[in-house]
Ligand binder design. Structure first.
Ligand code: ZN
Length: 169
């Protein structure tokens, strides 16, 4: 929301700038182009079709995912490494606000046969299965209400480096 507000402010500033300096064309050109590029980026980042990659070095390629509230999210997790599921499996788990990530990850270790997701948990909004190198998996879920949500890979030992935030706008 903050970013959007800033973009709107920037737009408003450009509009007023254009009005005042319509005759002086040279100076207004440069800042205008910069701001337009920023705005376009913001829009492109908010998409409910998301692809996130997991690597052999226990990282996701995204630390932040932005989606729109009130619409389904289609998320594809790609394991772009080559290590097998048994030693370097990855999943993507979206946690409810207020969940203690470390506590959850410890609990999740006991649920290998359930994709490292506790079978009777109320802390998970959505999750993928665990996949190995070269595999991918896609899930669809309803975007939760506007807010910031933690996501992790709950494979044992991974949550420390495989984590990020889903921002619902
Ligand atoms: Zn992982």
């Amino acid at each position: 929301m903050k970013k959007l507000a800033l973009s709107l402010m920037a737009c408003a500033m450009i509009l007023s700038c254009q009005k005042e300096t319509k005759t002086e064309t040279v100076e207004t050109t440069a800042p205008e182009v910069t701001t337009v590029e920023t705005t376009t980026e913001d829009v492109a980042n908010v998409s409910n079709t998301v692809t996130i990659e997991g690597h052999d070095n226990m990282t996701f390629n995204l630390k932040e995912i932005r989606v729109k509230a009130g619409e389904p999210v289609t998320l594809t997790l790609k394991h772009v490494g080559s290590l097998p599921e048994a030693s370097m499996g990855h999943n993507w788990v979206l946690l409810k606000p207020g969940t203690d990530v470390a506590d959850f990850a410890v609990e999740a270790m006991n649920f290998k046969d359930n994709n490292y997701v506790p079978s009777e948990t109320d802390k998970v909004i959505a999750h993928t299965e665990v996949i190995g190198g070269g595999e991918e998996t896609t899930i669809t879920f309803d975007a939760p209400e506007a807010g910031t949500y933690d996501f992790i890979c709950s494979f044992p030992g991974h949550y420390g480096s495989m984590k990020g935030q889903l921002i619902v706008e």
